[in-house]
Write a protein that binds this ligand. Structure first.
Ligand SMILES: [Zn+2]
Length: 155
């Protein structure tokens, strides 16, 4: 959240000395022009997962090489990490791992990758990552001035 606010503050640096209405109008115009640009950039992206999460997934896949999964029950695995011999419980049904990386970040950890490889199930089928197309549809519904209804309340 701190990074987001710092980025926003640096963007509005040009108009921070303006009156509040002028500054708000500049921010509105900036966002209105930024969203279609990002939507267009996103629509040209062909992968199912965005670049940074995809990079994280590949890093976890590489690091899963020293993890050994043992099947416990339906969707449950005990994964032993090779060098440290730490043990983690992965529940593919409830999308949890006892290292909590999957819960906190939303990207499957190396233990989950090891469990998925043990089951030999396609990776995208067992993860909770949303396909990219749904985020494009969501972003196109934001701040669409043609469909926006304005109501004026007089007191
Ligand atoms: Zn884990």
């Amino acid at each position: 959240m701190n990074n987001l606010s710092e980025s926003f503050n640096s963007t509005i640096l040009l108009t921070r000395d303006k009156p509040i209405i002028t500054m708000m109008e500049w921010i509105r115009t900036y966002l209105m022009s930024r969203f279609p640009h990002l939507r267009e950039k996103l629509s040209a992206y062909t992968s199912v997962v965005m670049h940074k999460p995809n990079k994280s997934i590949y890093r976890e896949i590489e690091k899963s090489g020293n993890c050994f999964a043992v099947w416990i029950s339906d969707g449950m695995f005990e994964v032993t990490q090779g060098f440290t011999m730490e043990k983690f419980i992965v529940d593919l049904t409830n999308h949890t791992c006892t290292c909590y990386f999957w819960d906190l970040v939303g990207i499957p950890c190396r233990h989950v990758v090891a469990a998925i490889n043990f089951e030999k199930i396609p990776f995208a089928q067992k993860t909770t990552m949303k396909p990219l197309k749904s985020s494009i549809e969501y972003s196109s519904s934001l701040l669409n001035p043609k469909t926006e209804k304005k109501t004026l309340i007089l007191k």
